[in-house]
Design a protein. Structure first.
Length: 110
């Protein structure tokens, strides 16, 4: 008798699973992904993302040119100062160079 009960339970479970598979499933609604932004177009028809990227690249190039000039000025100041003297202006210039380098790095990470 125990085998009959087991057989009935197994057949009921199989029937329930088969009935569940036959029910149509509606697809889950697609939620908008906040990381997927639609690319906005500028009035001239170009991509806004491309325009921003180009502008950031040009700004990074300008900042890099400025960084090179500042580093060259620092080198000249230190050569004029001699071995045992570090001018205050040179210390300030190193801080400016450091800030500019950080700004370039953050711009390139974006």
């Amino acid at each position: 008798m125990g085998g009959t009960r087991r057989a009935v339970l197994i057949s009921m479970a199989a029937t329930a699973l088969a009935a569940q598979d036959q029910q149509p499933r509606s697809p889950a609604p697609r939620l908008p992904n906040p990381n997927e932004e639609e690319d906005q177009k500028l009035p001239n028809g170009k991509s806004q993302k491309d325009a921003i990227a180009k502008e950031e690249h040009e700004a990074a190039l300008r900042d890099t040119e400025e960084l090179i000039a500042m580093a060259q000025q620092l080198k000249e100041e230190l050569q004029k100062a001699g071995n045992y003297v570090v001018p205050v202006s040179s210390m300030k210039k190193t801080e400016e160079i450091e800030k500019l380098a950080r700004r370039i790095r953050s711009r390139l990470k974006q």
